[in-house]
Write a protein that binds this ligand. Structure first.
Ligand SMILES: [Zn+2]
Length: 385
């Protein structure tokens, strides 16, 4: 008997696991994994200022190689439930699609990884020729401080060593097999602060309006691209998101003006080099006329790339065989937990089609669940052959 990824995905969707709630989703996985012979750990992490969050780590086998399936069972809120075609936590199937919050991001993929693993184990007498793990967090969609980052540390302290990781985030753009994520851009937030001198608008010679300087520096930073992209990444981008002066008085020249921005950067830069580049350009545009500084926010989203090699070839080969498509090696999109995993082992992201993620009527084609299970199954077969 083969495991049914559609029933598993449906059951997971029925667990209302909106971050930070576990909603029964990890218990469901725990039970299924225990039945299959996994050693399962439920670990809760907490930190002042954030909700405590449950996570799961499960392993079967002691030998290497060690392949880990990573993912999350938490989901973003449903929004206005009345606008959904099917209730967001019902897991109903209609017209060949499974509806529900998390269908593609990413309970569907977790279900497929589980179903593929159960099939694989059934085919090899219940024990892999190596080790298989599940590293599942309940804190991906929130602030992500009590999730994968801490679970990896916890596992490392226990002596766990991973050789390779598959993260089941929805990597495909339009159809199964069209792309796999081999890296992610880095992300850096900052605020540009320009200081002037407050005064009366009727006497501008006695004041120094920081708005003038801020506009000058912002245009300089927007004028020139940060780079022209690299072999695997598009160009880095600095995007201003807010200009903040907060001055309610129309006849007052403000003393300070700020602009917030985010940079998505590629592997042409390290984070430190990127900050230096921005500061140099700002200094050149400011001359000795504008008083400025940057407030850089701490960030744990550095750029990374999993290089081509046997693991990438194995996964892309499995995808091509099952889907008939050779996936593009993509680094587009936002950040994911792969940014943490990459410090422990090479990581690739392959999951469902991302089109409806975080939307009303999130859904996946039932056929895609079957196909993704077959891909994971093929990966396991080749990895442990
Ligand atoms: Zn996700």
């Amino acid at each position: 008997m083969t495991a049914d990824p559609i029933a598993l995905a449906r059951d997971l969707i029925r667990c209302p696991s909106v971050t930070p709630d576990e909603g029964g989703a990890l218990t469901l996985l725990e039970n299924a994994l225990r039945r299959a012979g996994f050693e399962v750990h439920r670990v809760t992490f907490a930190e002042p200022g954030s909700a405590p969050i449950e996570n799961l780590y499960a392993r079967i086998g002691e030998a290497s190689p060690h392949l880990v399936f990573a993912g999350h069972t938490d989901v973003v809120p449903a929004g206005d439930v009345a606008t959904w075609r099917h209730p967001p936590f019902a897991g109903e199937v209609e017209g060949g699609a499974l509806y529900g919050r998390g269908a593609v991001d990413m309970k569907g993929a977790v279900a497929c990884a589980l179903a593929a693993t159960l099939d694989h184990l059934a085919g090899c007498g219940g024990k892999p020729r190596g080790s298989i793990s599940f590293l599942i967090t309940g804190d991906e969609e929130g602030v992500a401080v009590n999730g994968t980052i801490k679970l990896l540390q916890w596992a490392a302290e226990r002596g766990e060593k991973f050789d390779h990781c598959i993260l089941g985030e929805p990597s495909n753009v339009e159809r199964m097999g069209d792309s796999i994520k081999v890296g992610r851009r880095g992300s850096q937030n900052g605020t540009l602060v320009v200081t002037g001198k407050q005064g009366h608008v009727a006497y501008p010679e006695r004041a120094d309006n920081p708005v003038r300087g801020l506009v000058r520096l912002m245009s300089a930073l927007m004028a020139e691209p940060l780079d022209h992209g690299s072999a695997h990444f598009g160009p880095s981008n600095l995007e201003f998101t807010s200009i903040d002066i907060g001055n309610p008085t129309v006849n007052l020249i403000p003393g300070e003006a700020r602009a917030r921005f985010n940079i998505r950067f590629n592997d042409c830069h390290s984070r430190a080099a990127l900050r230096t580049l921005i500061e140099h350009r700002t200094a050149a545009a400011a001359g000795d006329k504008v008083r400025w500084r940057f407030d850089w926010e701490p960030s744990n989203a550095d750029v990374f790339l999993t290089k081509r090699g046997p693991f990438v070839d194995l996964v892309t080969g499995a995808i091509a065989e099952v889907t008939g498509r050779t996936p593009a090696l993509s680094t587009a999109g936002g950040t994911s937990d792969a940014r943490f995993i990459k410090d422990y082992c090479p990581v690739l992201e392959f999951g469902l089609v991302g089109q409806t993620m975080h939307q009303v009527d999130e859904r996946t084609a039932v056929d895609d669940l079957v196909m993704l299970t077959a891909v994971y199954r093929k990966i396991l077969e080749r990895y442990f052959s």
